[in-house]
Design a protein around this ligand. Structure first.
Ligand SMILES: Nc1ncnc2c1ncn2[C@@H]1O[C@H](COP(=O)(O)OP(=O)(O)O)[C@@H](O)[C@H]1O
Ligand SMILES: [Mg+2]
Length: 153
């Protein structure tokens, strides 16, 4: 089991995929219904791996996979979990943040934790309050993440 600690506004080293997943588990303890988590980073950065941890930490149903053929996946609360659904969105297929509201999901977004995988540089267009998780590779090839609250009062 990875011993990753979530430090806000700091560079967190993620040597193994298990560390990225563990960061997602740790983040699950910090978010609640209505929170938007934006995952920013290039393809293969580990965004889906982190959402997998978020799902595990929240205790929701269903496997987390790259939502390549659907725009969004809804994961319902499972027994023993936090009781909050998780909506996993692949924003590569969204035209813009406004389209989040037009997805016509069964889950009310204000009742769920919403995790959006976004392309590099596009997350900045989200003006609303959210948790921004950035994933990238340092020049020494070590994978790192930063977690920050954007637009918080
Ligand atoms: N430290 C790490 N963190 C995340 N993924 C890693 C790490 N090391 C290796 N990997 C691998 O890289 C891939 C990341 O894929 P994925 O999470 O789908 O990326 P994204 O959703 O950002 O495109 C996975 O196959 C994973 O096993
Ligand atoms: Mg992905």
């Amino acid at each position: 089991m990875s011993d990753i600690v979530l430090r806000w506004n700091a560079e967190i080293e993620l040597p193994e995929a298990a560390d990225t997943e563990a960061l997602g588990v740790a983040l699950a303890a910090q978010v609640r219904a209505g929170d938007l988590v934006v995952l920013s980073g290039p393809l293969g950065a580990g965004k889906t791996v982190l959402v997998r941890g978020l799902a595990r930490g929240l205790g929701v149903t269903g496997p987390v996979t790259s939502p390549t053929f659907v725009i969004a996946r809804e994961h319902r609360p499972a027994p023993g979990g936090a009781g909050v659904p998780l909506v996993h969105v692949d924003a590569y297929r969204l035209g813009g943040p406004d389209e989040l509201d037009d997805l016509d999901l069964d889950t009310d977004l204000s009742d769920a934790v919403v995790a959006v995988e976004w392309g590099e540089g596009v997350a900045e267009r989200l003006a609303e309050r959210h948790v921004l998780v950035r994933l990238w590779r340092r020049p020494d090839d070590v994978r790192v993440a930063s977690v920050e609250r954007v637009g918080a009062a």
